[in-house]
Design a protein around this ligand. Sequence first.
Ligand SMILES: Cc1cc2nc3c(=O)[nH]c(=O)nc-3n(C[C@H](O)[C@H](O)[C@H](O)COP(=O)(O)OP(=O)(O)OC[C@H]3O[C@@H](n4cnc5c(N)ncnc54)[C@H](O)[C@@H]3O)c2cc1C
Length: 659
Amino acid sequence: MRTNSNIHLRLVLQILASQILFHFTFAFTTPTLYTQNAWTTSLHSSIDTIQDTIEERPQRIIVVGGGWAGYSFCESISKNNLEIILLDASKDSKGGLAGGYRSEKNRPVEAGIHGFWREYNNVFDIMEKIEGIDVDTVLGDYIPSVLFSQHGRVALAPVIGNDDDIVTDQDLIKENLQKLAMNPLDVGLLRKTLAALVPPPLDLPILAEFDSKDLFSALPNSERKQLAWIDLVSAIGLLGAWADFNPEERASWERYDTYPAEDLFRKAGITQTLKEELVDPLLHVLPMCPAYDCSAAAALSCFHVFALQSIRGAFDVRWCRGSISELIFDPWQQQLENRGVTFQGGSRVVNIEKTMDDYKYAVTLDGSEPTTLGCDAIVFAVGANSMSKITQFSPLLQSLPATKDFDRLRGITCVAVRLFLKPNDVVYTDSEGRKTQLPMDLAKKMNDSPVAVCGPNIGNIPELKETGFCVYDLQRMQDEFAVKTEESIDDNLAVLEVDFYRADSIVNLSDDEIVSIALQAAASALETSTIDGDLVVDKAIVRARNAVSHFAPNQALYSSGVDLGDNIYICGDWIDRTGHSSWSTEKSVVTARQAAAALSRDLKLAKSECDVIEVAEDTLQLSLLRDAARLLRKTLPPTTLPPSPWILAKQLLSGDKSI
Ligand SMILES: Cc1cc2nc3c(=O)[nH]c(=O)nc-3n(C[C@H](O)[C@H](O)[C@H](O)COP(=O)(O)OP(=O)(O)OC[C@H]3O[C@@H](n4cnc5c(N)ncnc54)[C@H](O)[C@@H]3O)c2cc1C
């Protein structure tokens, strides 16, 4: 690789050579006029020329990692006069974990389907900055999803943030109350009116449609498998910890991150049924891990961000109408290239060192003949596990105080399975008018939503004991696969996606074995017959080993802020867990903006755009609860996780504080 330092060296030698030639010629031809002064003046002006050349070189920034974090970082700084090079280990994929691939028969595939929650304000904002992208065209509407546990269908999570779903207008509420007085049996209207009267997140359980036959049963927990009202009420036991834990405060993370979420739920006294039916399935698909291997802080923060925060409809999700890589990252890369950003795929960074030439750092790329690239500043926008590996090979990174625990960072393995199936002759139209050619029994079972969210241990399939998954009907979600006209139905394919989270037990199986487990998993969760393997005409299995940040106990505390010092920065969904209260894609964009702000401050860049959209303020009720929790902590600081009143009573009565 030819670096600017080589060019400068050549320039210096050329100038020195011309100087010597000039002075020799001058000395021999006009010896009396030749003075020391003339030599130095001439040399100084040459050095000035070199200096000008060096100063003219734009500063070179290397961005390692081409996912949401890396692209967002480039977006924030690329209007400045800089040389920006984005390096990614992957040869052909744009978008990191949100990237796209091609199936055996060249059909589009992704490393898992990605949802966009209503509170992804920084993600929506950055998407709007991409020329040619209209967020509402690229993303579909918010749609409900259905939750399944090992005991069957649990609930339909409706979309509750759309204005026309719940009326918040006082006059309309009054009008609804009058209508209810006339017709008190209109349960739908009753739910919506009640939900409008309570603050979020209390509207969520009121509006969720639970499938339990035992909802109003008085049977004890051991005699039921499905949710009863008492299980839902037991969730109130988490209120103390929820109010006490401030997701944006380091001290809170320090207190809660060391405990497993299992302890949190035990101390809260939630029922076993609530845990199996609601809590475990959500943990297995959001932070993607079981309660014993998830930190209490991560569980509280995750539930807060995705469901409980103050905004009505925080749990609402929308999905991309096609491959994120093609619909979002392709135009984004074009925009960044137009601003001069260089993208270099197939470039795995293995080390970073200080240099003696005119660049500050030398970045080493993996290869049979390792190459180096100089730069003035570097940002790592890679996952936690990759950062851990890079740090282990880089003494310079190891010497930075903030990285002292990076070698303990862990990743979660995911496996995304996309199956293209022979279409069913009869097209099924769901209650929203969306069409699918999945086998009829599956299509009917997925009528309420093309998204089935499934917890662990479904169907007694040994490989799924600790593995959660989602089943998607992509004909109803992505334009490219949609059933367009009645005439074209024979040309279509039905497209079923099954994404497994914490998939260590299946990642090393063969493609055919994984396909078989995916078909069994979908059938067991949705209680349908298993799709015949002969219907599969094309498939793709994407294995993402240790690629998703794992929030096991202590992991958030091993992370650091965005600025590692000396012009080295980091961003991604595992960075600065104690800051802006966000997760996943949103957190990657937020930390990218924060890292870009730190770099812009250090390099005095005037044209950066790094403003972070802050999270919504707490509702009045939540802030009162938080005030009370703070007061309690000051006066009577708990030494461990706060117990619920009923667990506290149990402790006092039995004298056993370990309960
Ligand atoms: C199956 C699945 C489903 C998911 N679902 C959702 C969802 O519904 N909603 C949501 O918000 N999030 C979801 N996520 C999480 C989401 O994908 C991540 O939070 C987000 O993509 C992180 O983006 P990032 O840019 O920080 O990192 P990444 O996307 O991990 O990008 C890091 C990039 O760095 C590159 N890299 C790594 N090491 C090196 C190296 N040494 N040298 C050069 N390059 C390197 C990688 O190739 C990669 O391209 C899901 C993840 C998976 C796997």
